[in-house]
Design a binder for this molecule. Structure first.
Ligand SMILES: Cc1ncc(C[n+]2csc(CCOP(=O)(O)OP(=O)(O)O)c2C)c(N)n1
Ligand SMILES: [Mg+2]
Length: 388
């Protein structure tokens, strides 16, 4: 496939979109941005639904609904635990953004890798992590994935294909690029999805990682979650581009803009990018336009957000409301079926949360292992120091 096969391209030849400082008609320069899945305004004030053009089978569509609800309800339970001071550290929500993580991860194959960040719990759940692991991890329990040694989403699972974040800014881009280069050397065949926020895209590591992946034509898919804020900084105050997809031009790679609140579109666009990367096309940038309805973390009161903004998104553009509307309008599910799915999710959450709450914290000495290399660290950090 040619890299320029994307439909509805934004390029200066077509006059649709001009890069800053570029002269119209300069044929050397072409922005390869597909807008096929970009957000559309609602027609006649009709409530938004999802893309109806899909290759998803009916049972997969119901499974997607389950993952969306699972993500939201696991996070709601985490907030509940946080308010009871049972969580060690902060709680980061993906409220309003669930479709981006769920839809994109669902488009991957089991051997593919992801590097999820704080808004991507949905992708971790799609990769096969159970709610009990998440609860135990947030409460720093011995039976949690990191055995009580780290917090919230700071854990990975190589078997299931996801790498724990070393940072929430640009750093996972070069990490995933390195993984893909290593895979090429070992003749392993998989694609990698690296998630990144609008703020993280303005850091140096993002640039170096994506540039290298592009030059090497590695099968890297970068999903840029344009959620309007980086901590308290609005996107317009930390980048000069309007569409984050424009940045792809600097690396010579194609880009897509997708409605990040349309789970079907997120699935389709990622599948398209993954097929392209798998066939040897190289790196792809996907900008998912979405909105962060909560603060950076639970402690953040969002005083910097304009009055009514969050409420507008909640009422008019909630990804789960939209997907429910789609499933019902397309006769893919009945209201009762959806309620049954939610009841099943709640049962699983209750069971897993009870298990995690009743699980022990790690023994002090046990928690000191696997943090440093105990053969080379100074004596003060060796586990023995924790003995009474
Ligand atoms: C080097 C460094 N500086 C600052 C932080 C704190 N920090 C974590 S996430 C974040 C903002 C990320 O914003 P964005 O990339 O838009 O992602 P979002 O939270 O919106 O998903 C900041 C400043 C950090 N983790 N590391
Ligand atoms: Mg952001």
């Amino acid at each position: 496939m040619d890299q320029t096969e994307n439909t509805n391209q934004k390029n200066n030849g077509g006059g649709e979109k001009h890069g800053r400082g570029r002269r119209p008609g300069d044929e050397r320069f072409q922005m390869r941005i597909s807008t096929k899945y970009e957000p559309l305004k609602s027609a006649d004030g009709k409530p938004l639904s999802c893309s109806t053009e899909t290759t998803l089978k009916p049972d997969q569509q119901l499974e997607l609904y389950r993952y969306l609800k699972l993500t939201r309800l696991v996070e709601e339970r985490l907030v509940n635990l946080y308010r009871q001071t049972k969580v060690v550290g902060g709680v980061f929500r993906s409220l309003g953004q669930e479709a981006t993580a769920v839809g994109s991860a669902y488009a991957l194959q089991p051997q593919d890798f992801i590097t999820p960040l704080i808004r991507d719990l949905g992708a971790v759940l799609v990769k096969g992590i159970r709610p009990r692991d998440i609860f135990a991890q947030y409460m720093a329990k011995a039976g949690g994935p990191s055995g009580g040694k780290d917090l919230n989403i700071h854990f990975g699972d190589m078997e299931k294909g996801f790498i724990g974040p070393i940072s929430h800014l640009g750093d996972m881009i070069p990490v995933m690029t390195g993984i893909l280069l290593g895979a090429r050397f070992k003749k392993k065949d998989f694609v990698g999805v690296a998630y990144i926020g609008d703020g993280g895209m303005s850091t140096g590591a993002f640039h170096e990682g994506l540039n290298f992946a592009a030059v090497q034509r590695l099968p890297l898919i970068v999903i840029a979650e344009h959620n309007h804020y980086a901590y308290s900084t609005p996107t317009s105050l930390q980048t000069a581009v309007h569409d984050l997809a424009e940045k792809a031009a600097g690396y010579g790679i194609p880009a897509h803009i997708v409605d990040g609140n349309d789970v079907v579109a997120c699935y389709e666009v990622t599948k398209h990018a993954a097929d392209y990367a798998r066939r040897g096309g190289g790196a792809v940038l996907i900008e998912a336009k979405t909105y962060r309805r909560k603060g950076h973390a639970e402690h953040d009161d969002q005083r910097y957000v304009a009055a009514g903004e969050v409420e507008w998104w909640e009422t008019h553009n909630d990804p789960i409301d939209r997907y429910e509307r789609y499933l019902l309008e397309c006769n893919l599910a009945t209201k009762e079926q959806l309620e049954e799915i939610v009841a099943g999710v709640l049962r699983e959450i209750d069971e897993d949360c009870a298990w995690a709450e009743s699980s022990p914290l790690p023994e002090g000495q046990q928690a000191a292992y696997g943090v440093f290399d105990n053969d080379v660290v100074p004596p003060a950090f060796r586990p023995g120091v924790l003995e009474a």
